[in-house]
Design a protein around this ligand. Structure first.
Ligand code: BTN
Length: 241
């Protein structure tokens, strides 16, 4: 992989490529560089997702953390990033859905997730996409899918990463210039055209409810099993409060 080419093309101050790392989120915290910079790995042995979950990160997937200056609209970044990734991947893979607040699914299989953390005045935007893994013969802990399993072809990880990074950096710029309103119509369309169940924690219990709509602030209006409608706030990022 040509690290210098990626750094220059995307205007990053530093690109750190590791074959194996615990989590790119943690590796990014230890680097001395000014945002925007990138940590990219072929596999992670301690990849993590939201709500303390782990992110299975074996070879074949795309795992990176883009470090940015935090801005007033941080909260929306995971959701709009997932929306932008979904639109880009949909040109090659039909039937993908956005799952509020930060995931991409194909039917019941999870394809990609975004994790944003704020730490010491920096924003760590982590992206995991299942790309060339093949779990058809093996049972994985959660229902997961990959671009290979959905299309039958292998993808170039470095090319995919360049595309995703370009999109996300532009998305972050548009978000700080225009606010969430700029993205809201498209995100809303993506979410409610094929609503995925929403999972959230209520008084320590994990609840699954039906997504009805999202409001102008990205909060989810859901209906629980008793038919009661409640609004679930867009999650704050770890370390932000
Ligand atoms: C989620 O679905 O909860 C978010 C998953 C985010 C996974 C990515 S992989 C790169 C970065 N490093 C991590 O440890 N996690 C994120």
């Amino acid at each position: 992989m040509n690290v210098e080419d990626i750094r220059e093309r995307l205007g990053l101050s530093r690109v750190e490529f590791c074959h194996e790392v615990g989590s790119t989120q943690d590796a990014a915290r230890t680097l001395s560089a000014s945002p925007p910079y990138l940590v990219y790995a072929r596999r992670q042995c301690k990849g993590r997702g939201r709500m303390g979950r782990s992110w299975l990160s074996e070879e074949g997937g795309l795992y990176f953390t883009l470090v940015l200056e935090p801005g007033p609209h941080n909260l929306y970044l995971p959701l709009i990033s997932a929306g932008l990734i979904l639109d880009k991947l949909s040109s090659q893979v039909p039937g993908l859905n956005l799952k509020w607040p930060n995931d991409i699914y194909h039917k019941k299989g999870k394809l990609a997730g975004v994790l944003a953390e704020v730490w010491q005045h920096r924003l760590y935007l982590g992206v995991g996409i299942n790309v060339n893994q093949d779990w058809t013969e093996t049972a994985v802990a959660m229902p997961a899918t990959s671009l290979f399993m959905l299309t039958g072809r292998m993808f170039n990880l470095d090319g995919l990463m360049r595309d995703m990074l370009g999109l996300l950096m532009q998305g972050a710029k548009n978000l700080s210039a225009e606010g969430f309103g700029y993205f809201h119509p498209r995100i809303r369309e993506q979410l409610i055209s094929s609503p995925q169940p929403v999972r959230f924690v209520d008084e320590g219990r994990e609840i699954t409810a039906k997504l009805i709509d999202i409001d102008a602030e990205g909060n989810a209006l859901v209906e629980n099993e008793q038919g009661k409608r409640v609004t679930i706030s867009l999650p704050h990022m770890m370390g932000e409060r």
